[in-house]
Ligand binder design. Sequence first.
Ligand code: NAD
Length: 371
Amino acid sequence: MGQFLMSTRIYTGEASLEEIEHLGLKRAYIICDPFMEKCGRAGELAAMLNGAGAETRIFSEVVPDPSIEVVAKAIQGMKEFEPDGIIALGGGSAIDTAKAAGHLYGSMNGEGRPLLAAVPTTSGTGSEVTSFAVISDTKAQAKYALRDQALVPDAAFLDPRLTASVPPAITADTGMDVLTHGLEAYVSAKADDFTDACAEKAIRLVWEYLERAVLDGSDMEAREHMHNASCLAGMAFSNALLGIVHSLAHKTGAVFDTGHIPHGCANAIYLPYVIQYNAKVCEDRFAMIARKLGLPGVTDKALTLSLIKAVEDLRTSLHIVSNLKEFGVKEDEFLEKKHMIAERAVGDACTGSNPRETSVEDMEKILECIY
Ligand code: NAD
């Protein structure tokens, strides 16, 4: 039996954020990162909610790849404020903090989670509709993908105006995250006709609009389609799950002395190598996508090679590095940590749905290519 779950009410298009006034909240707890407060977005949202009769409190301590400590602080703020609604304003880091903190707060107070609304300001993670929250354990230098249907937000406001200020490099990284979600969901061991529909559309939209959004951040047509693509890819992978590009990105994101590797950048580096690895068992699926994108080739093999080259070319045109060495990871450190990363990646929640069964040895070989 198959099952496709989508329980988030989604508002789309320019000015859709204004609908947030109709949530009927009395005490809204806004979760964001310091940038969203500094640039005035969090204040504007609070003013909008105040105008609709809600008291508000802003928690602006979210960090990229949110840690357990940040989640604990957000819960403490909720205990003091006792919100009837939580609004996550930001990229995946703010949304995941709100999802994890809201869920735990709801379990602790015995009354369940307050209403959770997500207002994504990057077009990347699709977290506004997914059952995942990725939380980091900074001491263990590890990221964990938590998954529970109870984490899914109740409402999502996909207002592309909020993404106009995203700088080109972040637009590029987050856009490659969308592409990776689409492709991993499409070849996932759990893919079906419903997840394929969402994944295919998301991939086509990225193909058509990502470069435009990076070149000109004020191109609202491109921004709107990328925002929708991100959400569609989220619907696909929340149901079909992901694969080992994400297993590797989760386990390398916080582990090197170079510091945090942005999630989308890590995915962009690893994706071509993992397509090559997975093609052994699902070349026909990659070929199908290549055909839909109009890439050259007649045989499945030629089409898959075209897809790999096209992903690499897209990554280059977006000025994203092509391996970990170029990112600045030192060879000694890489060799020292390779086995540990491979072991952790095999144990990641995303590995189970990868189309090709993998092992620590295979993961180490992929890591060598990625370096
Ligand atoms: P992010 O939320 O970490 O934000 C990246 C940077 O972009 C930050 O510095 C932020 O301040 C800035 N930013 C955000 N919106 C902006 C705007 N409108 N204008 C200017 N700057 C802006 O990045 P992200 O890629 O959206 O999220 C990454 C996190 O999401 C990672 O922790 C990743 O593991 C997680 N993730 C979660 C899911 C899920 O389903 N829950 C899926 C994929 C990834």
